[in-house]
Design a protein around this ligand. Structure first.
Ligand SMILES: *[C@@H]1O[C@H](CO)[C@@H](O)[C@H](O)[C@H]1NC(C)=O
Ligand SMILES: *[C@@H]1O[C@H](CO)[C@@H](O)[C@H](O)[C@H]1NC(C)=O
Ligand SMILES: *[C@@H]1O[C@H](CO)[C@@H](O)[C@H](O)[C@H]1NC(C)=O
Ligand SMILES: *[C@@H]1O[C@H](CO)[C@@H](O)[C@H](O)[C@H]1NC(C)=O
Length: 311
């Protein structure tokens, strides 16, 4: 356990709970070993695979992300982190329902997405609820389902340049974020993975801007990530006070991970951290998306963070 702690802290991961295996042991009995684990993921283009819960096919053994065919409609050609976390760095058979939708924001009324059809975080949660309500019997259990949220990227990308009080805006976003986390909790969610906002100020879309603009965005990201971390802490504390000790949270520090790779790209197989035109060796693609090779790194690290869990 000590080794695990050391390794996690070296990678600047924060595991809020190290009692990871209680309550779920996929190999405990033969009947349990047939049960898959479930992963419900919410987010934006960094996570999206184009999954559609109404058309099917739904995730199943042998096809753990359902539709479309693996690796799905990812933002950059190839696998993304949720593909890898589901099929390669997974710790049991994991069926992933990926509601992430390109362009998504925390809430339409706070930062409207770039187009009306974009499914924001509450829209994505509604899709899960509608499906759940349509099932005669719930297929997942609180102890075998993980709920992940990676959002905030579009909220900041769409608002950093506007002349508003960004402290107040971020406070609003984070308050709404955790209202939606409570909604998930009330639905039965007990295991949560939170992922913060990467250094968008280092994306090609910002590199062409004056240093002062990049610094302003960096400040907004730092405040968002600090408030997200504080929100997770407050959520955990609230649940402890309510004696809901089964609630577990994990945090993947995407800000740290992106920074580490961008600072020492050669160690991770990249030779270009400014271009985004698809030339091999580049970290970025399409303005602000990490290429698949970078996504694979993050998917593997998230797998390490979840070591000892079914996911
Ligand atoms: C899923 O497909 C249906 C039917 O084509 C469509 O109406 C719906 O918008 C799709 N959902 C998502 C999340 O793309
Ligand atoms: C991880 O997922 C893949 C794809 O569903 C599956 O074949 C494999 O057995 C899983 N790994 C573990 C350790 O269960
Ligand atoms: C911006 O909002 C924060 C938080 O609501 C507030 O404390 C601060 O005074 C505001 N700043 C200005 C310049 O209005
Ligand atoms: C990175 O890629 C861009 C676009 O192809 C190119 O203009 C730039 O010179 C490259 N930078 C390095 C350090 O190779």
């Amino acid at each position: 356990m000590l080794l695990l702690v050391v390794r996690l802290s070296r990678l600047a991961f924060i595991a809020s709970s190290l009692s990871l295996v209680d309550g779920f042991n996929p190999t405990a009995t033969s009947s349990q070993s047939l049960r898959p684990a479930y992963w419900f993921s919410f987010g934006d283009s960094y996570t999206q695979t184009g999954f559609n819960i109404t058309t099917g096919p739904l995730p199943s053994p042998g096809n753990p992300l359902g539709n479309p065919a693996y690796p799905g409609d990812t933002a950059t050609p190839g696998e993304n982190w949720i593909d890898v976390a589901t099929t390669k760095s997974n710790h049991s058979l994991v069926l992933t329902f990926n509601f992430a939708f390109s362009g998504a924001t925390v809430s339409r009324d706070i930062v409207p997405p770039y187009a009306d059809f974009v499914r924001t975080l509450p829209d994505q949660i509604d899709e899960l609820v509608a499906w759940d309500n349509g099932n005669t019997k719930r297929v997942w259990r609180s102890d075998d389902a993980l709920f992940s949220i990676w959002i905030g990227i579009n909220d900041i990308d769409l608002s950093y340049a506007s002349d508003v009080n960004h402290t107040a805006l971020t406070d609003k976003l984070i308050t709404r974020y955790f209202e939606q986390v409570e909604d998930l909790y009330n639905l039965g969610a007990r295991n949560f993975l939170f992922i913060n906002v990467p250094p968008l100020n280092r994306t090609p879309s910002l590199l062409g801007q004056p240093a002062s603009v990049r610094a302003k965005e960096a400040g907004i990201i730092a405040y968002y990530n600090a408030q997200l971390r504080e929100g997770v802490r407050a959520f955990r504390q609230r649940k402890r006070h309510q004696k809901r000790r089964e609630v577990k949270t994990w945090e993947y520090d995407a800000y740290e991970a992106f920074t580490r790779v961008l600072d020492r790209p050669g160690e991770y197989g990249f030779n270009n951290v400014t271009g985004d035109d698809g030339t091999p060796g580049q970290f970025w693609y399409n303005w602000l998306h990490p290429v698949s090779a970078a996504q694979v790194i993050f998917g593997r690290e998230i797998g390490e963070l979840l070591a000892g869990t079914p996911w």
